[in-house]
Design a protein around this ligand. Sequence first.
Ligand code: PLP
Length: 344
Amino acid sequence: VSYPSIVGEMLASGFSIIGFSWICSPACTELEVVVMDWLAKFLNLPQHFLHESEGTGGGVIQGSASEAVLVAVLAAREQAVRSQQSKRPELSESEIRGKLIAYSSDQSNSCIEKAGVLAAMPVKLLPAGEDLVLRGDALEQAIERDIAAGLIPVICIATLGTTGTCAYDDIESLATVCERHGVWLHVDAAYGGAAFALEECAELRRGLDRVDSINFNLHKFMLVNFDCAAMWLRDANKVIDSFNVDRIYLKHKHEGQTQIPDFRHWQIPLGRRFRALKVWITFRTLGAEGLRAHIRKHIQLAAQFEQLVKSDERFEMVAPRALGLVCFRAKGDNEITSQLLQRL
Ligand code: PLP
């Protein structure tokens, strides 16, 4: 966390805004639009994720990666139900809902499986390769098997930077399979997404132009305090259509205008905090270069720690170093590593 972010949080707390629609606090909504576009540019995300782009894409700040994933899963589910209703009118809505299925890797974060529980849609955890990376062939096999069994594939949640080893799933091959089967592709880049900001890590962004949605936590690597989870959608209308529930007391005369979204349709709660303020202050104070320097410093610290591990014959690496993560163990029985972990 950084002092600018803490100040932003204090100001937001003092203003006590509950900005569920634009009319509640135009600054709350409009600053979020601004900082989400800044952040998308900082991370070198495809143009179509920006509010300022021609299309229907855009970004929103959620409370956590778990919420962002759940929003993607729920929206994909509702889109799938609607499309199946028109394609297969012989099936009732509950029959369709009972056939829906989602996919992720056995290395994905617990929040992916939890999103499936909350959305009442099973998430199949597919085997990652020996390098702990999920690839399109594993997804293709699972989808073909499930279609043959009468199931309806809805969404694949890939991870860029897994929790265990910071492995990056192969988005290009997963996207090819998802496009073939009309499956939503979401990317959980909660931690690893920070690398997208660095030119030397450009390779890790491969395939992002083909995904439907992505989440990235500023409260992990970007000096912004919890809670602050960015989420971008290629077509925000898919989420808005799925979650739009209106009441007379929620209406205002600027509704539906571009550049002034009502973010209540993009999330689970109605009310929302002025999180954009701490992002804005952090960016304005530290600058994009300052934030990049911070990420690079952590990568360099990890490289230094890796050298310490490698030069000590009591320890060994269990996965390649990735960003700020070094996975190592004590040689010999696992009990030694367990004890070391307890002591640490
Ligand atoms: N996804 C990944 C890859 C993570 O590493 C984590 C947390 O460690 C999460 C999701 C969950 O994040 P949150 O606490 O913001 O829901």
